[in-house]
Every structure is written in structure tokens, then in C-alpha cells.
Design a protein around this ligand. Structure first.
Ligand code: HAM
Length: 419
């Protein structure tokens, strides 16, 4: 038997409601704020990610699914979607259409990581990107939208972990200060940190090794070295968040795993997710569009891990039903001559009706099937019912039943549903 590839999953019909619920609510909430959907390809030129995310990041260095096409061009399954959306923004000259462009996406991403609960090699993100403004109101309003979305799907309370990672004016100086602090301890640090000190010492803050963490706890943070413009920007973001009532905690050691960020960065973590506790992450990336060959357009965004969102949904989440309203039970071939037209009539009233032609199966076994499907009602069609033109509509929850006739059927069903 051929099985699915490690780190991938099948989302079966029994669980799909949860996914569709999260996606429907995202579309609904994001549209309230003026976001429109964009769909970009699943694969892109490898160079896009090398330049966009940064060649020294774990994602680019270790986790990409890269392959040559038949002409030898290097392609990569997208490990994230900010760089592709920025690429599309530039390619379609979207800055000409409107000063501020708000986009969202829902779809699969691919990273070659060690699979575990909440960490997949193919996973789905729900993300948004705002292009065209570096105003702190954009940061705050987009975060407010995020918290509203989480609240809508029943994930509350949450607190956004917030930081500013500075800009090209202040971060390089801080990077040197941090490198200078870590350098003397280099030989006692873990292998990853030794590499990070060379490539990007800020990434050391993500280290899980206790001794390294202790050392880093005593290091200056970027907050001690922000330039005036970044400090003012961050203060304004925080003030707007307070006015909007968006809960946040500050973590001056929060660093993100992608190189394009500047100024505001954030994550939301949930305890129940285990080791992979980051539910979402994002921030500002004012330099990315220009670095990919576009105009100097600032931007801000986030992506939520949909797989982790599904794991975090509360038991009592308000997920709409998709089981049938009515399961048609037809006893005998004759009943089956009538059943499809009757089912069609009920469906014209927007009711979900399922008809399985199993003329030889007993009433009991068809009732069992209705029960398995979670049908709310069964409509029973036997020879006698067809002869008399009167049918039994039975409510599964309590066995209550009414007789209905063919002409008023849809209305009678509605009455029964409302009762
Ligand atoms: P990221 O932090 O790399 O950011 O990923 C965002 C979220 O995707 C994570 O918080 C996590 O929930 C989910 N995720 C990442 N890797 C996996 C995995 N292997 N399995 C399951 N879920 C995963 C970005 O991707 C940025 N593009 C976010 C962004 C948008 N920044 C600005 N705009």
C-alpha cells in the first residue's frame, strides 16, 4: 500500500467543518477591514525566497523543498507567502492602483522540518499583508483585527507578544554590540549559537539551551538601542493598541526567524500547543518590496498556522452543521421512482437532503444509516405511503413524527424544524 508522505495529512470529511469554519470566519472578518483575497502559485523561483527570507535563515538554509524543473531552473515549494505576495504586488504594479493595498491568503506552505504535533511538512497558513503605509495605525488596526478573528472563533483571551526589532539605521549597530558581548563566551555556547554569532547574533535569542539562555538574559536587548524614529514608532503602536483595547505583553528578546522584519514584530503563543506553541507570527517589513526590485513601499502582515488553529479550537466552538437535514428512506423500487423528485423539492427550500438508493435494505438498517450521518429527520417512503400520498417525517432526536403530503412538504418540514 502506498501511504501519505511523512509530515503531510489528509483532512477527512469528518474534520473538514473545523477547517471551513476557520476559513469562512477569516474571510468574513478580514473583509470587514477591507482585505481582499490573493492566490499566488504554490511554487516560485528559489531566488525569491533566498532574497526575501534571507539566505542565512533556518527556513532557507535547511527547510526548503527545492527542485529543478526540466530546463534546470531552480524552483521551491513556498515555505511562506509574504515573499510571493510581495512578488505579485510588484509584478502587477499594485501600488499604482491604490496607495494602501490589503491582501489575504489561505493555503498550503511547505517546510522540511521534523514532524510532531502541530508541526507538519505541508501545513496551511491564513495570512494577511498590508502594503503602502508605515503608519503605526496600520500595525495596531491589523492586530486588532487579528484579535477579533481569534475571538470570533472562540480562541480567547489571547495576549500578543510584542517587540520592535529596529531598522536598518539602528539594528546593525546593535548587532555588533550583541556580537561583541557573545564573542568571548562563544566556545561555551551551542553549535547553533556559534553559527548564529557569525551570521545573525539576534537569532541566538531563540536558543533553547539553558546555559545560553542565561547568558542572553544578561545581554542588552534591541530595546536599549532603538533609534529615535523606531522608538517613536513603537511608542505610537503601543498607544494605539491601548486605545483599541488590544492586550499585549512586551518581550524585548522576541526575534523572528525571517530576515525581512523591521520595527514591530509579534507572536501569539498558546500553552496547549506543546513544544510548537507559536500560533501565529508577523510584523513590519518596510524594506522587502524594494529589495525584491519594487518601489520603496512599507508593509505589515501576519500569518496564523491553520493546523495549530484547528488544534486550539475549543470543544464548544460554534461550528456550523453540515449533516443532512433529511435522510430519505425508500422501501422498494417503486418508492425510488418518487424519491428523487421529492428530495429535489425539499432541496429547493435550501435543505440538505440525502437519498441513497438501497431498495432492498430494511427500514431498520436505513434508520441506522440516517443516524450515522447525523440526519435530523428521516422521510419514509414505502408502497403504502406512495399509494396514499401521505408520508411520515420523523425527527431523529426524539422520534416525534408528523404526516406530510407531497404539495406542502417543504413548508411542513420548515415547521417541524422550527418547532
Ligand atoms: P512564521 O512565523 O514562519 O511566519 O509562520 C507563521 C505561523 O505558521 C507559525 O506561527 C505557525 O503557526 C505556522 N507554521 C510555521 N511552520 C509550521 C509547520 N512546520 N507546521 C505547522 N505550522 C507551521 C511567516 O511565515 C511569515 N510569512 C508571517 C508574516 C506574514 N509576516 C508578515 N506577514
Amino acid at each position: 500500500m502506498i501511504e501519505r508522505v511523512k509530515g503531510t495529512r489528509d483532512i477527512l470529511p469528518d474534520e473538514i467543518n473545523r477547517w471551513q469554519f476557520l476559513e469562512d470566519q477569516a474571510r468574513d472578518v478580514f473583509s470587514l477591514y477591507g482585505f481582499r483575497e490573493i492566490r499566488t502559485p504554490i511554487f516560485e523561483s528559489t531566488e525569491l525566497f533566498q532574497r526575501g527570507i534571507g539566505a542565512g535563515t533556518d527556513i532557507v538554509a535547511k527547510e526548503m523543498y527545492t527542485f529543478p524543473d526540466r530546463k534546470g531552473r531552480s524552483l521551491t515549494l513556498r515555505p511562506e507567502n509574504t515573499a510571493p505576495v510581495a512578488r505579485a504586488y510588484i509584478e502587477h504594479q499594485m501600488h499604482r492602483r491604490s496607495e494602501i493595498e490589503r491582501l489575504y491568503y489561505i493555503g498550503p506552505m511547505f517546510r522540511y522540518e521534523r514532524p510532531q504535533k502541530g508541526r507538519m511538512r505541508q501545513f496551511s497558513q491564513i495570512g494577511v499583508e498590508v502594503f503602502g503605509s508605515d503608519h503605526p495605525v496600520i500595525d495596531a488596526e491589523t492586530l486588532q483585527m487579528l484579535v477579533l478573528y481569534l475571538d470570533r472563533i472562540g480562541i480567547r483571551p489571547v495576549s500578543v507578544t510584542l517587540n520592535s526589532v529596529g531598522c536598518e539605521a539602528c539594528r546593525p549597530r546593535y548587532r555588533e554590540i550583541l556580537r561583541g558581548y557573545l564573542q568571548p563566551h562563544r566556545d561555551r555556547m551551542c553549535g547553533d549559537c556559534r553559527r548564529r554569532i557569525e551570521v545573525n547574533p539576534l537569532r541566538c535569542f531563540d536558543c533553547k539551551v539553558a546555559a545560553d539562555r542565561e547568558l542572553l538574559a544578561r545581554a542588552d536587548t534591541i530595546q536599549d538601542h532603538l533609534c529615535d524614529a523606531c522608538r517613536d514608532h513603537f511608542a505610537a503602536v503601543k498607544a494605539h493598541l491601548e486605545r483599541l483595547g488590544v492586550p499585549f505583553d512586551l518581550d524585548p528578546r522576541l526575534v523572528r526567524g525571517l530576515d525581512y522584519y523591521c520595527r514591530t514584530t509579534f507572536e501569539v503563543s498558546l500553552a496547549g500547543l506543546g513544544a510548537q506553541n507559536a500560533l501565529l507570527g508577523g510584523g513590519r517589513y518596510d524594506g522587502l518590496v524594494k529589495s525584491l526590485g519594487g518601489p520603496p513601499v512599507p508593509a505589515f502582515g501576519f500569518a496564523v498556522g491553520e493546523d495549530r488553529l484547528v488544534l486550539s479550537l475549543p470543544e464548544n466552538a460554534d461550528i456550523p452543521e453540515s449533516s443532512p437535514d433529511v435522510y430519505m428512506i425508500s422501501l422498494g423500487e417503486k418508492a425510488l421512482q418518487h424519491a428523487p423528485a421529492m428530495a429535489a423539492r425539499l432541496r429547493s427550500g435550501r435543505r440538505r437532503v440525502v437519498l441513497d438508493p438501497m431498495p432492498g435494505k430494511s427500514l431498520r438498517s436505513q434508520m441506522r444509516k440516517a443516524n450515522d450521518l447525523g440526519a435530523r429527520f428521516v422521510l419514509i417512503l414505502g408502497e403504502q405511503e406512495i399509494a396514499s400520498g401521505r408520508y411520515t417525517l420523523k425527527r431523529m432526536s426524539d422520534g416525534a413524527q408528523v404526516e406530510i403530503d407531497e404539495t406542502g412538504m417543504a413548508a411542513q418540514l420548515e415547521e417541524m424544524i422550527r418547532a
